[in-house]
Design a protein around this ligand. Structure first.
Ligand SMILES: C[S@@+](CC[C@H](N)C(=O)[O-])C[C@H]1O[C@@H](n2cnc3c(N)ncnc32)[C@H](O)[C@@H]1O
Length: 159
């Protein structure tokens, strides 16, 4: 299985990059992992709905352009479906059994994901009702993907 994290913006902090490197290293035996970043759109005033929509649309276009053909797209969105770690592992296992060889997780920028991206996704996954910074969300997702492989292989890690 080839897993791609498609993200708006960069991590920007050394400690987050170290965490990302660590999980990429841990995931090496389990999957081909690729992390793709698209440029975030600068903005000043988020009180204007038009500004927010314009930022989301531009970032959304960049994300949609980078989606590989035939990929199964899972959007990270706090309004999406909440799963336990076991259910998340089962979902990845099921996608593998269905022959979905390329999974793309999409993480939005500071203002979220555009309607176009959310509609394009096969599923929307929530990691809780809390809003996380997109940089932290990337690390949380990497850890849960790693946990999912450990669960699916029956290897010690998850309790
Ligand atoms: C700062 S959040 C965006 C906040 C935006 N106001 C919203 O409600 O979507 C940045 C990105 O991180 C991801 N994210 C943040 N919290 C999340 C959560 N609880 N579950 C799933 N994804 C989350 C989403 O992809 C989101 O687009």
């Amino acid at each position: 299985m080839h897993i791609n994290l498609l993200c708006v913006g960069r991590l920007g902090e050394r400690y987050l990059e170290a965490a990302q490197e660590e999980y990429c290293k841990r995931l090496q035996p389990y999957t081909r992992l690729e992390i793709t970043e698209v440029r975030d759109e600068p903005f000043r005033d988020t009180r204007s709905r038009a500004v927010v929509e314009a930022v989301l649309a531009r970032e959304g276009e960049r994300l949609l352009r980078r989606l590989p053909a035939g990929a199964h797209v899972l959007a990270l969105d706090r309004r999406g479906t909440m799963l336990s770690s076991e259910e998340f592992a089962a979902l990845l296992g099921e996608l593998g059994l269905q022959g979905k060889s390329r999974i793309v997780f999409v993480i939005g920028g500071a203002l979220g994901l555009s309607g176009e991206v959310l509609r394009f996704a096969a599923e929307r996954l929530s990691f809780s009702r809390l809003t996380f910074p997109h940089q932290l969300m990337r690390i949380l997702l990497l850890e849960q993907i790693y946990r999912a492989f450990k669960i699916n292989r029956g290897e010690p890690y998850h309790h």
